[in-house]
Design a protein around this ligand. Structure first.
Ligand SMILES: Cc1cc2nc3c(=O)[nH]c(=O)nc-3n(C[C@H](O)[C@H](O)[C@H](O)COP(=O)(O)O)c2cc1C
Length: 198
């Protein structure tokens, strides 16, 4: 699989077309308009994503996952993209179960090719209904996933986007994020940072 050197893939871990999806689309548009990234969007919404069942087929066979579901399409996108943006709503103080399942299912990609993520750069985004509802913990979960799997991780840096993009929807979905100017600024900061690697 040939990696597309200018491609930023945004993955949305929300089952709704609301705040998280809006935030990721905002990030992708900003990246394309301001820095000339090619972008793709993928969401867990309305997808069939089975749990990893730890059958170890991926380790034994090195041919991907035994599950045949909507992850097949995402596997190809993950292999192709140079830049990865994982975004999640906060569910119970951490990433959504849907995004966690996507992460677990990535084991099959790495089992097939341990170098698959080695040249990639990852950033994280989280949307909570509360101002401090677990955004930093969820961002850390995503960054730890990147770290564990050799994705180089960056943030937006000090003075705003310390670990990544952190947003507060006030449980108002898309409208809440449209009005979260400080949260949108954290998105711009993480995108500016990955543009340094182009
Ligand atoms: C099961 C569940 C658990 C949630 N837990 C939290 C939480 O721990 N902290 C928080 O800030 N918001 C929590 N929320 C609120 C969502 O994070 C918030 O409404 C967010 O905007 C949802 O993302 P969306 O706008 O993309 O749908 C929870 C929502 C659900 C459905």
């Amino acid at each position: 699989m040939v990696e597309k050197k200018n491609l930023l893939l945004g993955i949305c871990g929300s089952p709704r077309k609301q705040g998280t999806e809006y935030a990721i689309q905002y990030a992708l548009k900003y990246a394309a308009d301001k820095y000339g990234f090619d972008t793709e969007f993928w969401t867990v919404r309305n997808k069939q994503i089975n749990f990893c069942i730890h059958c170890d087929y991926c380790i034994r066979e090195k041919k991907g996952c035994v599950n045949k579901d909507d992850m097949e399409d995402l596997y190809i996108k993950l292999e192709q993209a140079k830049y990865l943006l994982f975004g999640t709503p906060i569910f119970q103080g951490n990433v959504s179960g849907q995004l966690k399942t996507v992460m677990d299912r990535c084991r099959a990609l790495i089992a097939k090719d341990s170098n698959v993520f080695k040249s990639k750069i990852g950033i994280a985004l989280a949307v909570g209904g509360d101002r401090n509802g677990g955004q930093e913990i969820a961002i850390r979960t995503i960054l730890d996933f990147f770290l564990q799997n050799h994705v180089l991780t960056v943030s937006g840096g000090a003075f705003g986007a310390n670990l990544g993009a952190s947003l507060w929807s006030k449980d108002l979905g898309k409208e809440g994020i449209e009005n979260d100017e400080e949260g949108l600024r954290t998105i711009r900061k993480i995108i500016k940072r990955i543009a340094d690697f182009k």
